[in-house]
Design a protein around this ligand. Structure first.
Ligand code: AG3
Length: 279
């Protein structure tokens, strides 16, 4: 039971740090076939969803992550019409992708249907676009789906997963990236959440190396603030299927965003000095 003055804390012994939110109530907790999903009502961040004790999103700051997992990749591609989301069961990424009227189809594949059902109940704004006729939701294993998907059939793959432990582990390796590369058409891009630039540099480097071994021509890192994740600073890795240049937008999007602009797009790809490869 939650009592007055309680805090929710995600802490990591390995990193020696934690993030806490003062909570009013626990609204939901269930163990699905894959993981434990919980929803809290917080004092200042609205609702909070956790999976296996890790923060997935809050009402207050999920726009940062969801906008940066989607708009930079779509803009950089320039002409993506077929989008696939692996994970993303809360539908926040799907909602942002659907803001692009150039997108003709979006397939969201999350292994755990319960995440979507919980989001529908407790985060209705994230799932508000799910009825869009361009969207298809499938609740199956994303690795399996990718293995069976036709070659050259997708323009943009977005991997919106949990940390590389538990059900998401298989989404962070060369074999999976190889299938993604095969499924991407000419000029295709893959965007994967890649944890914190401050404390997960090894993972980021390993992901980039595995993507290149799997056939991707190059990777770029983009970073953005994300207060509710460890360190408050998060990243996504964008992998190019081939050597086609990335498009850089000069105008702000015509739809509503709260963080993403053309200037943010350019700034997000700038690497901090400590991450630049030696000249
Ligand atoms: N994707 C989760 C990113 C990893 C968060 N890690 C953590 N809290 N340790 C979030 C899903 C949002 N659609």
């Amino acid at each position: 039971m939650v009592s007055d003055g309680d805090w929710y804390t995600e802490s990591s012994d390995a990193l020696g740090l934690g993030f806490s939110l003062k909570i009013r109530d626990k609204l939901h907790e269930e163990t699905s076939s894959f993981q434990t999903i919980a929803v809290y009502d917080t004092e200042t961040f609205g609702r909070l969803m956790t999976i296996d004790g890790l923060v997935m999103l809050t009402d207050r700051d999920n726009f940062l992550y969801h906008e940066m997992m989607t708009h930079p990749g779509l803009a950089a591609h320039g002409a993506a019409t077929r989008v696939v989301i692996i994970g993303g069961g809360d539908c926040g990424t799907l909602r942002e992708v659907l803001k692009h009227d150039t997108v003709a189809s979006v397939m969201q594949i999350d292994i755990d249907e319960r995440v979507t059902r919980v989001a529908e109940q407790y985060f209705p704004r994230l799932t508000e676009a799910n009825d869009d006729p361009r969207a298809t939701l499938a609740f199956i294993d994303g690795i399996e789906w990718m293995r069976n998907a036709p070659t050259d059939s997708v323009d943009l793959i977005i991997i919106d997963s949990t940390d590389p432990i538990g059900p998401a582990e298989g989404l962070f390796n060369e074999a999976f990236y190889r299938e993604c590369h095969r499924v991407l058409d000419t000029g295709g891009l893959m965007v994967q959440q890649s944890e914190s630039p401050l404390v997960h540099q090894r993972l980021i480097a390993d992901m980039s190396a595995a993507m290149q071994r799997a056939g991707f021509a190059a990777t770029d890192l983009l970073s953005f603030p994300q207060p509710c994740y460890p360190t408050g600073w998060w990243s996504a890795t964008l992998a190019r299927a081939d050597t086609r240049k990335l498009y850089t937008p000069t105008a702000d999007p015509r739809f509503e965003t709260f963080y993403y602009t053309a200037a943010i797009h350019r700034g997000a790809f700038a690497l901090p000095a400590f991450m630049k490869p030696p000249q």
